[in-house]
Design a protein around this ligand. Sequence first.
Ligand SMILES: Cc1ncc(COP(=O)(O)O)c(C=O)c1O
Length: 345
Amino acid sequence: MFRKKIEAMQGYVPGEQPRDRRYVKLNTNENPYPPSPRVLEAIQEALGQDLRLYPNPMAEDLRERAAKLYHLKPENVLVGNGSDELLAILMRATIDPGDRVAYPVPTYSLYDTLVTLHDGKAEKIPFPDDFSLPPELAASDARLLIVCNPNAPSGTMIAPADLEPLFARRDRMVVIDEAYVDFADQNALELLSRHKNAVILRTLSKSYSLAGMRIGLALASEAIVEELAKVKDSYNVNRLSIAAGSAALRDPRWMETNVRRIRRTRERLTERLLELGFQVPASQTNFVLARRPGENVESLYLGLKRRGVLVRYFKTQGLRDAIRITVGTDDEIAVLLRVLAQLLG
Ligand SMILES: Cc1ncc(COP(=O)(O)O)c(C=O)c1O
């Protein structure tokens, strides 16, 4: 039944996961740089007899470490098996059949999938051309609001101060998905101190280079964290991930160094794409959306793929003129740009 529901949804394209290492893989916004050596040490240390034991149900070590880093209490943190799991938990906790969930689009496609799985109704509010906050979102009486900020796939960011009107109604949660926020100039963490209905989602998959470990964080009021914890799997995060995540958050400098490199590459990539005739919204993430308005760029996407460069193409309305390119290493981006110039030349 679930598969049918998902198949019925428009534009669902499962992420490509090539086994062939010769691909330049710029399609799923992973970090091209390795995680901190401290993470690898912590995993080695955790590899032992204790694996016969269940992990701590609330991933306490990691929870405490995250609380320290973000100047919160551990009770304000819920650890998930990736932020994807936290999004699923949020829907499970809040959505009954027929309930509406509102979010600006285009955005992260999992929101559609989860709303459909919970028999909810998605209220998709188009972003204005400049990807600012659509005023209709605050006015919506949906049960749950989600804002992906910075947004995927546009890469753009709404200033956190502009999100204030969303919190006026106290009887619903407002989720700010900050999966990419470490690549941005600002974040919305400060909203938590003023709004008891705010939930901020973070992930260690992108800036911390740990997509393979599946670690996400929900930051919210104690009351919300308590409610969410009631509907999660008992042992949702495994021992190795807890060890890896705690070590990663103990070494934020490593992450920041990689973020600086990625931001520098992002600026150069953007400049070059503009020279090649693309429109590129200013990115605050580790990817860029490259558009050729009025054109269908599927053949460009396929041409790149044939030459061993994977980027993301969306077969959805309004995005057929765009490819989304993850910011890889300088060498990877040089290959991408060379192939793109050939295809366009
Ligand atoms: C906007 C957004 N939110 C959440 C996620 C999920 O991240 P995680 O790897 O923590 O499940 C992604 C992953 O691509 C994303 O793009």
